[in-house]
Design a protein around this ligand. Structure first.
Ligand SMILES: [Cu+2]
Length: 593
């Protein structure tokens, strides 16, 4: 939305929609404010037709005006300026009445070339004592786990049985660009009642997952996520274990017996992302799992929460980190915790040494949460995997990368990207001085303080420390972005163009000097994959191929991106509320030069 002709195009298209009374568009915040009784879906379609699919649609009744200092608002075709008739159906439905109950999550193995149907529909899902209206892939939360072999291919026919258009993004897969599931970029969104068939390729072993890329703040929170376990072609890729267990870790905000309300028009919780108050493992609260003493279980972990970082522990058992987002780690290591930012994965071999009750935990500096209970029996097991558990292997491919990346460590970055927030009501500079005093006095709990002082000492927001303010924040009042600082500039990263085979050193700076510094999980779609080179100048001790990296508040992370797949790809913060507030950009990977 960069010109007056854009405004005219929007105005002309949106005014034609039945029920629209007034239209206002704002250049800076990419916001379109509409009054009247029009169907939001029809207005959204008009914005798409006008060439502005990413414009933020706000009903006049709930509009929050940008501060005058920032506003470059221009009112167009307002028949009744300032009219604010409430729009019917402002919130997505929360009633679970009459919906089919969820079924248990299936784990299904597929041969090369198989076709799978994936139906997307509302369901009634039990969480704790409540029956919640949620959304499900294949009738379950999480959706079915697809188990496939590295190098194979799968066709997935996604059928949209919801009242919102959707796409399916295959998180972490390096696949053909047209199946990446980005609305208006790689495909048209699947309308309600429509379908789209994706072709999935699995070049790399590991745990991947799938979720929508339309109103991801809403749909992912509502249960639309599922996993893909890609078994390595080489059976010796990882050590033998007794069995594989995929665990999806999530949180959900439950209020008054329903999932906390969502506006149909725009995300809320734009400042912090939506934190849940109920933790879920595989869609359940504190599920009861079983194991046997002496058993080695390979845990495949993924964090599907919108904003929460998990610090996963399993006291009484031994943990060995063997894999990350995509395949092996450079060298296996015994660990006592696994840190998972939203959308990250970890592969951990667990040796249960003793029978008895164990608890899978999430620990923050303030408290310990129970994720799951594990009862370990003394039933006999095959002793072989236990012997190989003691061996720490290393990956020869990543050892070779280690020698290669040495020269990148000291090289200047090719690209520099800064994470920046602009919040209405914040006076820059003064805000931070005041923030430290006021934040503690009035900010925590009440949400009336100056944001910016909520970060933990370790640069991670373990909880929503400004719940009331966060709830009210929208992409119109909190504008997130990545700024291209490569040449000391402040523009958006619009011109990134790489070729297949390129290696690009990207410096990611999570600036403290911003209206609301906090952690961001930086995710890159399947145009390639990356290694973390260094954090705050300290070389990364254990390399692994990644698609998401956690940027702690104030942290500078250097990554080495390896471009492998041609197309127009996205990079974004994986807190969906941040992504929908501007923290996303596209880059191009061309055919090899
Ligand atoms: Cu973010």
């Amino acid at each position: 939305m960069a010109s007056r002709s854009s405004l005219r195009a929007i105005s002309a298209r949106v005014c034609d929609v039945a029920g629209v009374r007034t239209v206002e568009a704002d250049l800076r915040s990419r916001t379109v404010v509409v009054s009247g009784t029009a169907d939001p879906g029809a207005v959204r379609a008009a914005l798409v037709a006008a060439g502005h699919p990413d414009a933020l649609l706000v009903p006049a009744a709930s509009r929050v005006r940008p501060s005058p200092a920032r506003s470059t608002s221009m009112t167009t075709s307002t028949a009744e300026h300032g009219a604010s008739a409430p729009v019917p159906g402002d919130s997505f439905a929360t009633d679970a009445g009459g919906l089919p109950a969820t079924v248990p999550t299936a784990v299904r193995e597929y041969d090369d070339g198989a076709t799978v149907d994936l139906h997307i529909a509302p369901v009634a899902h039990r969480v704790g004592g409540a029956t919640l209206r949620m959304l499900a892939y294949g009738g379950s939360v999480p959706g079915p786990t697809f188990v496939v072999r590295q190098g194979s291919r799968l066709w997935v026919r996604a059928v949209n049985g919801t009242d919102l258009e959707t796409t399916v993004h295959w998180h972490g897969l390096r696949l053909a660009n047209r199946f990446d599931g980005v609305p208006h970029e790689t495909q048209q969104p699947i309308p309600p009642g429509g379908e789209f068939t994706y072709r999935l390729d699995f070049p790399d072993p590991g745990l991947y997952w799938y979720h929508p890329h339309v109103r991801e703040d809403y749909t992912q929170e509502m249960g639309l996520y599922g996993t893909i376990l890609v078994r390595p072609a080489d059976p010796d890729h990882w050590a033998p274990v007794h069995r594989d267990v995929v665990l999806t870790i999530d949180d959900v905000l439950v209020e008054d017996g329903v999932i906390g309300p969502f506006s149909r028009w725009h995300p809320t919780h734009a400042a912090m992302g939506r934190f849940g108050n109920v933790l879920l493992v595989d869609g359940r609260t504190e599920p009861q799992l079983t194991a046997r003493a002496g058993e080695v279980v390979r845990l495949w972990l993924v964090n599907t929460a919108n904003a929460r970082v998990f610090d996963v522990r399993l006291p009484g058992a031994r943990l060995k980190l063997v894999g990350g987002d995509s395949g092996r780690v450079e060298h296996e290591e015994f660990v006592d915790r696994v840190l998972l930012a939203p959308s990250e994965r970890a592969v951990v071999d667990v040796l249960f040494e003793r029978p008895g009750a164990h608890v899978l935990e999430h620990r923050t500096p303030e408290r310990t949460y129970r994720l799951a209970r594990i009862t370990v029996s003394d039933d006999p097991v095959d002793p072989a995997p236990r012997a190989s558990f003691e061996v720490l292997r290393s990956d020869p491919d990543l050892a070779a990368e280690r020698r290669l990346v040495q020269r990148w460590q000291d090289a200047p970055p090719d690209e520099v990207l800064a994470a920046v927030a602009e919040m209405d009501g914040m006076t820059h500079g003064a805000g931070h001085g005041a923030g430290h005093g006021k934040g503690h006095g009035t900010g925590h709990g009440t949400g009336h303080g100056v944001p910016g002082d909520q970060g933990g000492a370790d640069g991670i927001e373990w909880e929503d420390g400004m719940a009331a303010t966060n709830r009210q924040s929208t992409p119109a009042t909190t504008r997130w972005s990545f700024r291209d600082r490569t040449d000391g500039g402040d523009g958006l990263p619009t011109g990134w163009h790489f070729a297949v085979g390129d290696r690009v050193k990207i410096r990611l700076v999570n600036e403290v000097d911003s209206d609301h510094p906090m952690h961001h999980p930086f995710h890159v779609h399947g145009g390639g994959r990356f290694l973390v080179l260094a954090r705050d100048g300290v070389p990364e001790a254990n390399l692994m191929w990644k698609d998401t990296v956690l940027l702690r508040t104030g942290e500078t992370v250097d990554i080495l991106f390896s471009a492998t797949n041609p197309g127009r790809w996205m990079a974004h913060c994986h807190i969906p509320e941040h992504m929908h507030s501007g923290m996303m950009f596209g880059f191009t990977v061309g055919e090899p030069a």
